[in-house]
Ligand binder design. Structure first.
Ligand code: DGL
Length: 358
């Protein structure tokens, strides 16, 4: 009798497994997209439906995010992995290396056609640029977040996620570098930045321009990126477990050398100076940066302004000071490229070439 009973339960279990498998059977006509969830507001929850600030980020799991947008199953075979569950102000070099390695492992698989990364918006632009330099595939990698938590009236997360999956599944997105998809816009990971503390259309590429739009859940491209990325870069993080320490010193009226001296004393390998205007060096700062360079720290002149080319030998004699200039990269993105550059070389001429290449 006991055997009969256990046979019955085995049959029932097998039946359930077959049913589950068929329920999730991939549609061979659709692309396979993996969602890597890292946390952020898109996974956030608020006390009430009108809570759009003061909510808790990184509380909702990836399966719940997927189940909240069942329409996605019509445009892609979607699977999910919870790689982290953090607010993105806490993103670290170690998180980036682990994420990049997981992305490269997945994209090397023939049955993965694209990846969506759900992410907090505070450092989303930085993760996007880091991945733009180290992902070794032409397959689409799309970063997406939201500005309202999942519990809010008109939460923007579900529509953003739907669009991101549509983009990751789109052949048009292949070979365009890492993309950021928010608020019906498509941006390049290199040039996009968060421009407003709370508005849903906060991600902008002010002068160089977004790459395209979404309409009816479909991506439409109007521009290509000009700089090298992904499979075209010289950076390989596969054997790295850490990145060289690089920090950013911010300039403003009356600034002194304290921050720079402290970073150098802490042993940074590189220092990005977020200068005023076209990267101007205040009189009290210039000697501190020169002293840093003399100790072997690689110095990059960037600007706090936000747009425009940082002219070499413009506001400072970079040839004489042996500094590098950040071209159009923001200070926070110049830090990322300088970290990766320092995994290859300390030669400032080589590093300057990289800043004009990526
Ligand atoms: N704590 C911020 C973050 O995780 C919330 C902002 C957001 O995700 O939109 O980036």
């Amino acid at each position: 009798m006991l055997f009969h009973k256990s046979a019955q339960s085995m049959v029932a279990l097998l039946g359930l497994m077959v049913a589950l498998a068929s329920a999730h059977a991939a549609d061979p006509k659709l692309a396979n997209v993996t969602i890597l969830a890292t946390g952020g507001t898109i996974a956030g929850t608020g006390a009430t439906s009108t809570t759009t600030v003061g909510y808790t980020a990184a509380t909702v799991g990836v399966q719940t995010l997927i189940q909240a947008v069942p329409e996605m199953t019509k445009i892609a075979n979607v699977s999910g992995e919870q790689v982290f569950q953090i607010a993105s102000e806490n993103m670290s070099n170690e998180h980036w290396l682990a994420l990049a390695k997981r992305v490269n492992t997945l994209l090397a698989q023939k049955d993965v056609h694209g990846i969506v990364i759900t992410h907090g918006t505070d450092t989303l632009e930085e993760t996007a640029y880091f991945l733009n330099l180290v992902v070794k595939s032409k397959k689409p990698v799309v970063l997406v977040g939201s500005m309202r938590p999942s519990t809010a009236i008109s939460a923007d997360g579900p529509a953003n996620l739907y669009n991101a999956v549509a983009l990751a599944a789109s052949p048009d997105a292949v070979g365009r570098g890492v993309l950021v998809s928010m608020s019906d816009q498509i941006h390049a990971g290199r040039d996009v930045s968060k421009s407003n503390t709370t508005m849903v259309d906060t991600f902008r590429t002010p002068e160089l321009g977004m790459l395209g739009y979404f309409q009816g859940g479909k991506p439409f491209f109007y521009r290509q990126v000009a700089r090298k990325h992904t499979t075209e870069t010289e950076f390989d993080i596969s054997s790295l477990n850490a990145l060289p320490q690089v920090d950013v010193a911010y300039a403003y009226a009356n600034v002194g050398p304290t921050a720079i001296d402290a970073f150098v004393a802490a042993g940074v390998k590189g220092l990005v100076h977020a200068g005023v205007g076209n990267g101007s060096l205040p009189a009290k700062v210039r000697p501190a940066l020169s002293a840093a360079r003399a100790k072997g720290v690689v110095v990059v002149r960037a600007s706090r302004v936000g747009q425009g080319i940082l002219a070499r030998n413009g506001e400072a004699n970079d040839d004489e000071l042996d500094f590098v200039v950040a071209d159009t990269l923001s200070p926070q993105k110049a830090r990322i490229l300088l970290m990766l550059a320092l995994t290859k070389t300390n030669n400032t001429k080589e590093i300057q070439r990289m800043f004009y290449t990526y």
